[in-house]
Design a protein around this ligand. Structure first.
Ligand code: ACO
Length: 374
C-alpha cells in the first residue's frame, strides 16, 4: 500500500482553526485578535494584552482595572511551594525549576481552578504567579530570601522589583512590558501546540502549561535568546563578529536568533526589540553587545539571506535590565503563559483529541523467539 507523504516537522500542516493570533509570514505582520502588535507595543500594556487574548476583545476601563486587581492579588506562592524551591539544588536550570514549580503548584491549588470549565481562573492564577516562582528561586539560589510581590505594581514592574528588591527604573519597566506584549502569543508554535495536545485529552490547565514549559525550554524555541547572548559574550568585539559567524556557517552550524518557520521576512517583533535594545544600550553607556548583534545580523543576512527572529534582540534588552542570562527563557514563559492559557481555553471550547499518525517503517510479522533461543 502506498503510504501518505510525511510532513516532517508538521511544516505548513493546518491542525485546527483558531481566532487568537494571525501571522502574515510574507508580510511580516503579527496580530492578536486582529490587533497589530506594533499598535499593542505602542499603546497597550501586558495586562490589557492578557485580557485581549483571553476574552477576544479589548477591555473597558473597569474591566481592565478588575483584571489588574485580580492578577496583583494572585501572585503569592504557597509556603509548601517555597519550601520545595528551597530544596531544589541551586545549580538547577530555572526552566527546570519553572516546569517543576508549575507542576507542584497544582497540588496546592483548589480543585475548581483545575477544571476545564473554570480555566480562566487558572489562566489568571498561573499568569500572576509565574514571576514569583522564578524570582523566588533566583533569590534563594543567590543565598537570599524571596521578595514578596507588591500589589501596587504592574506585572512588569513587579517582576523587576521581586528580582532586585529595588524600585525599578520606568524606562526598563516599559521595555520589559513591551517585550512581554511581543512574546505573548505566536499561533501554533511548538510550546503552544504541546499545551493544546495536553489539553485535548481533557487534562487540566496546569498539566498543559507544564508540557508547554518543557517544550519552550529547548534551544530551537525559547532557549534561543540565551544562546544568542552566550554567542555575543563569546564574540566580545565587533571586529571578531564576522569571522566568528562565518566560521559557524561554514561548519553548517545554526546561528541562534535567525530564521523562522513562518516568517520569510523580518520578524516584526525583532524590529521593535532592536529599537529597544539600541535605546537601552545607549542609556547604559555600553553599546558593545548591541553593535556585535548588528554585525552578526549583517553577516548572517549577507551569507544566508536569513532575517532575525524575536530572540536576536530580546536578550540584549534583558541584559540591560539586569536579568541574569539563564532567566531569559523563563521571562519568555512569564509572557507566553498568557498565550498558552488562551489556547488551552480555545481548545476546551471546541475539543477533539489531537492524535496524528506516523508512517511506519519498521519490520512486520516477526515470529516471537523465546528468550533462550535468541
Ligand atoms: N542559522 C543558520 N542556518 C539556518 C538558521 C540559522 N539560525 N535557520 C535556518 N537555517 C538554514 C538551515 O540550515 C537550512 O538550510 P539547508 O536547507 O541548507 O539545510 C534552512 O535554513 C532551513 O532551516 P530549518 O532548520 O529546516 O528550518 P525550520 O523551519 O525547520 O526551523 C528554526 C526554524 C528552528 C527557527 C530555525 O530557523 C533555527 O533553528 N533557528 C535558530 C534557533 C532560533 O533562533 N530559534 C528561535 C525561533 S523563534 C522562537 O521559537 C521564539
Amino acid at each position: 500500500m502506498q503510504s501518505p507523504p510525511v510532513t516532517r516537522g508538521l511544516e505548513d500542516v493546518v491542525v485546527a482553526s483558531s481566532s487568537i493570533t494571525f501571522i502574515d509570514g510574507r508580510g511580516g505582520r503579527l496580530l492578536y485578535r486582529g490587533y497589530d502588535i506594533r499598535d499593542l507595543a505602542r499603546f497597550s500594556n501586558f495586562e490589557e494584552t492578557c485580557y485581549l487574548l483571553w476574552y477576544g476583545r479589548l477591555p473597558k476601563k473597569d474591566e481592565l482595572d478588575q483584571l489588574r486587581t485580580k492578577l496583583a492579588g494572585r501572585r503569592d506562592i504557597p509556603d509548601g511551594l517555597e519550601k520545595l524551591l528551597e530544596a531544589i539544588p541551586p545549580k538547577t536550570s530555572p526552566m527546570e525549576v519553572l516546569r517543576t514549580g508549575v507542576s507542584a503548584l497544582s497540588s496546592f491549588e483548589p480543585d475548581d481552578l483545575k477544571r476545564p470549565e473554570s480555566s480562566i481562573g487558572g489562566a489568571l492564577r498561573l499568569t500572576a504567579v509565574l514571576p514569583t516562582i522564578i524570582t523566588a528561586f533566583h533569590r534563594l539560589r543567590e543565598g537570599g530570601r524571596p521578595i514578596a510581590p507588591r500589589a501596587d505594581l504592574d506585572h512588569a514592574a513587579n517582576f523587576l522589583y521581586m528580582l532586585t528588591g529595588k524600585e525599578p527604573d520606568p524606562s526598563l519597566v516599559k521595555a520589559l512590558d513591551v517585550a512581554l506584549i511581543l512574546h505573548a502569543d505566536h499561533e501554533f508554535n511548538a510550546s503552544t501546540f504541546s499545551a493544546r495536545v495536553t489539553a485535548s485529552t481533557l487534562s487540566d490547565l496546569y498539566s498543559a502549561v507544564t508540557s508547554a514549559v518543557g517544550t519552550l525550554k529547548g534551544p530551537l524555541h525559547g532557549g534561543a535568546n540565551e544562546e544568542v547572548m552566550r554567542m555575543v559574550h563569546e564574540v566580545r568585539s565587533v571586529d571578531q563578529a564576522e569571522a566568528f559567524v562565518t566560521q559557524k556557517l561554514t561548519k553548517h552550524e545554526k546561528v541562534m536568533g535567525f530564521g523562522h518557520r513562518v516568517y520569510k521576512v523580518e520578524d516584526p517583533r525583532a524590529t521593535i526589540l532592536r529599537e529597544y535594545a539600541k535605546r537601552l544600550s545607549q542609556n547604559s553607556g555600553d553599546t558593545t553587545s548591541f553593535q556585535v548583534l548588528r554585525k552578526i545580523e549583517e553577516v548572517v543576512h549577507h551569507e544566508k539571506g536569513l532575517y532575525p527572529n524575536v530572540d536576536l534582540f530580546s536578550g540584549a534588552c534583558y541584559e540591560a535590565m539586569g536579568i541574569p542570562l539563564d532567566l531569559f527563557t523563563p521571562v519568555f514563559a512569564v509572557s507566553r503563559i498568557s498565550g498558552w492559557t488562551a489556547h488551552v481555553l480555545e481548545q476546551y471550547s471546541d475539543n477533539r483529541i489531537i492524535r496524528p499518525t506516523s508512517d511506519y517503517k519498521g519490520p512486520t510479522d516477526c515470529p516471537y523467539v523465546p528468550i533462550d533461543k535468541r
